[in-house]
Write a protein that binds this ligand. Structure first.
Ligand code: G3I
Length: 368
């Protein structure tokens, strides 16, 4: 197809995108130079690649076209958390979750949910309404209603997120959340069984943070997560995958033998492994952009090359695609206040070395 044809196709495509979001078509749209697709590189090896999304960021059509071009799966960054879904004890707000579900379906992407049970992003009413007598009913009502709403549309769910926290001092390593205080450790099994009963086709994921680094705290957390999952599998609880969030630091050693042994033990349980929230924080890296970008790219490649040696790794999702939209700006700013550069595209939506590093890791990975 000649250049005019390509430009026309992209304008039509972007026009349809604008129509999809009910926005007026934008003329003279500066088209993003299409780079090859991480979606296709990953798919050639049996890996599903995608990114987190939000309705707000997808109003930026240049960004939306990037997400569409590169992603085979998307997960709402916030739209399916309790804070967004539950304005009151008796109501559900699926507006943004549905918009993102429709976006995924319109562009042949899988859709995954995050998160049915978490201690974070809880609505204000919860602490004053929930008690030991009604907590299980509140949990079951939430899971039943939300999972049923998306039944047959959901690739996978983060059923329980971040249930382990060594610093809380329990022998089992469980985090001392409201759910644990109200229901005991059984809340985890209850959540998985309820979700599976409503949507037996959805892949059910236990999602966790800070599992990747080569230090004692991370190793103790890995062992606690392994023990938790081993117990769930022994009790025939329907958990199908471990989600490793992978919010890395550029300077972390994320390829240690003990992390490798952990991955192999998880696979030996018959679980798949999903990389669910991949990004690389640069707050401790040098200011020089060229040096920093290369260190970040090296971390992406080294981590993915190490992880993807395990054929149990089936999904790789980044927590955003561009430095223009990243939680790290607010949550992990650099001491020198320089703009952070954690993702694959810069704030002008141009691919960085990190993009090439991820593409290379997929190209060099074995087929699942
Ligand atoms: O939507 C409201 C908006 O109406 C309000 O005006 C604004 C100002 O208060 O807040 C908006 O909500 C914010 C929400 O992001 C949407 O932007 C919340 O305050 C803010 O706390 C929330 O932060 C999210 C955070 O989880 C907490 O839920 C981040 O975007 C999101 O990237 C981050 O993601 C987490 C994963 O869910 C779990 N793993 C760790 C990861 C990073 O912390």
């Amino acid at each position: 197809m000649n250049k005019t044809g390509v430009a026309h196709t992209r304008r039509t495509f972007l026009g349809s995108l604008a129509a999809f979001f009910g926005l007026e078509a934008i003329n003279n749209f500066s088209l993003i130079a299409a780079t090859a697709s991480l979606r296709s590189y990953a798919a050639e090896k049996g890996i599903l690649f995608g990114t987190a999304s939000s309705v707000v960021a997808l109003q930026d059509l240049a960004y939306a076209s990037l997400v569409i071009g590169q992603s085979a799966v998307t997960v709402p960054e916030n739209a399916l958390k309790w804070a967004a879904l539950r304005p009151s004890p008796d109501s559900f707000n699926f507006k943004d979750g549905d918009t993102l579900c429709n976006f995924a379906q319109a562009h042949a992407m899988a859709y995954r949910g995050h998160a049915l049970v978490w201690h974070g992003a809880m609505p204000r009413w919860f602490s004053s309404v929930a008690n030991k007598e009604n907590a299980e009913q509140i949990l079951i009502k939430h899971i039943s209603t939300v999972v049923a709403h998306y039944a047959d549309k959901m690739h996978s769910w983060d059923v329980v997120n971040e249930a382990v926290e060594i610093a809380d001092g329990r022998p089992d390593g469980l985090r001392n959340t409201s759910w644990l205080q109200l229901l005991g450790p059984a809340y985890i099994e209850t959540a998985f069984r309820q979700a599976h009963g409503i949507d037996p086709k959805a892949v059910l994921v236990y999602n966790e943070n800070f599992l990747e680094a080569d230090d004692e705290q991370s190793e103790r957390k890995r062992q606690a997560v392994l023990a938790l999952l081993t117990g769930l599998k022994r009790n025939q609880v329907p958990v199908h995958a471990l989600g490793i969030q992978s919010h890395l630091y550029g300077e972390d050693n994320t390829t240690s033998p003990r992390f490798g042994r952990f991955l192999d033990c998880i696979a030996d349980l018959g679980l798949s492994i999903f990389i669910t929230e991949l990004d690389v924080r640069d707050k401790h890296l040098p200011a020089a952009v060229g040096v920093r970008d290369q260190m970040i790219a090296d971390q992406y490649f080294n981590y993915l090359a190490f992880i993807l040696q395990r054929r149990a790794v089936k999904v790789v999702i980044t927590w955003g695609l561009t430095d223009r939209y990243t939680w790290i700006t607010d949550y992990h700013p650099r001491p020198d206040a320089a703009p952070v550069r954690p993702l694959l595209y810069d704030a002008n939506l141009q691919p960085k070395q990190a993009y090439d590093a991820v593409a290379r890791a997929f190209k060099e990975a074995a087929v699942r």
